[in-house]
Design a protein around this ligand. Structure first.
Ligand SMILES: [Zn+2]
Length: 97
């Protein structure tokens, strides 16, 4: 049986929401790890504290870039917004979950 359009949108949203949650987890883990290393710079001898800050900024930029690519409504392709638990697209009104 062919899935209906709204079922397909819900499946797509579920997949991109999973990717988004993984990206948030990985980003937070990396930022936390770097923050811990920041206080123990003897582990990263040869790296200036500025390099560590640059790495954090780079990670945030990669996350923002990934989110702007990934976190879009499967129906209208608009940015969904900061709410990870959104049920309805605020742009087109499509039911996402
Ligand atoms: Zn939409």
């Amino acid at each position: 049986m062919q899935p209906t359009n709204s079922e397909k949108i819900k499946q797509e949203f579920k997949a991109l929401r999973t990717r988004q949650l993984v990206a948030i987890g990985v980003t937070l883990a990396l930022l936390l790890l770097i923050a811990l290393l920041y206080n123990h710079t003897h582990i990263l001898e040869g790296f200036a504290k500025n390099d560590i800050l640059s790495a954090q900024i780079l990670i945030l930029c990669v996350f923002i870039g990934f989110s702007s690519y990934n976190w879009k409504c499967p129906s209208c392709n608009s940015y969904i917004g900061p709410d990870i638990n959104r049920r309805i697209c605020k742009h087109c009104g499509t039911r996402l979950r």
